[in-house]
Design a protein around this ligand. Sequence first.
Ligand SMILES: NC(=O)c1ccc[n+]([C@@H]2O[C@H](COP(=O)([O-])OP(=O)(O)OC[C@H]3O[C@@H](n4cnc5c(N)ncnc54)[C@H](O)[C@@H]3O)[C@@H](O)[C@H]2O)c1
Ligand SMILES: [Zn+2]
Length: 369
Amino acid sequence: MQLPIGDVPVREVVVDLGPRSYPVLVGPGARHALSAVVPAGAKKVAVVTQAGVGVAVETGKDQRTFVIGDGEQAKSLTSVEELCRGFAQFGLTRADLVVGVGGGVVTDVAGFAAAIYHRGVAVAHVATTLLGQVDAAIGGKTGVNLPEGKNLVGAFWQPVAVICDTEVLSSLPPREYRSGLGEMAKYAFLGVPGLSGMDLVEAVASCVACKASFVADDERETGALLGAGGAGPGAGSAGHARPGRALLNYGHTLAHALETEGHYDLRHGEAVAVGLVFAARLARRLGRVGDERVAEHDRVVASYDLPSRLPAGVDTARLVAAMGRDKKATGGGLTFVLDGPEGLEVVAGVGHDDVLATLAELGPGPALR
Ligand SMILES: NC(=O)c1ccc[n+]([C@@H]2O[C@H](COP(=O)([O-])OP(=O)(O)OC[C@H]3O[C@@H](n4cnc5c(N)ncnc54)[C@H](O)[C@@H]3O)[C@@H](O)[C@H]2O)c1
Ligand SMILES: [Zn+2]
């Protein structure tokens, strides 16, 4: 697609979903291409953002900004109701557009509000965190939390476009940036080699392309349920059957347990980093990989200056219990995405003893920054 963005070198990655396909535009200044992705016929644009984001967008339409709160508590049905009521008062119609401008919290909430307002109105995302750019804004998973748990209510609702303007990342708090690097580290094992040597634009675009390929192959994450055997892109073996979107959760079983159970001061990407080095050691314990592959996980995580040890004072029994409640758990042992000779696979029935022993092996590290 030709975009009227002057000399700004924006890379386009397409999420290939047939009639729901959409472009992801990556590069410094990419936000200036937003007006080019507004659907023909849209007269009004509802911009959803947070006070701290500070990224202005211009669509050339009758535009109104709706501000939601910060943090996981803002990912609520209350926020969605407030937004939908605001949209109605604004006179937003099914022909119009919602634009989420922010990190994963904003794009999850704006996307869900768009999915249900008038039974579905188009949404575009301007992802303003590194985590949002390489993960949260791509793929159409939207939703909010309940007091009973994270992301329990939601919908698959693909955006019409996603914009990853790398320029806006310069205002991110350093810790938020590092959190994005944790999610990025995951892609090094999902088929994006040489990631740590790339410049930012190339790295974001490569992660987006990787996520897009998984989403295109398994839009609603049913692949793993059908049997996850076979090589993934992580094995560098294009042409094999794709094993499903669930592999995007590499490193996440422990990460989610640390986030929900731990009450530790951990950002999501930091928890994923610990989850990656743990998953490598668990795979080694199960005879799936050797020392060199474990060392490679350690190297990648260290190259991003991310934590690779459990928080001090961690209660491993509680972590294991939390992992048993993970969405992927199917009963009779724990379920993980694990590396192996065939690349990443969903492995069910992992014994508690192996998990506990691996957690002990990982050991507590210095206090996390
Ligand atoms: N839908 C998905 O597929 C998916 C995938 C991964 C994560 N998520 C969700 O994403 C959320 C986490 O997203 P996140 O890590 O982006 O955190 P976030 O959305 O909470 O953003 C982090 C902080 O950075 C601020 N911020 C955003 N952009 C900024 C900028 N350019 N400059 C300065 N400050 C800025 C935000 O206001 C916020 O305070 C979680 O709720 C998670 O469940 C969703
Ligand atoms: Zn994640």
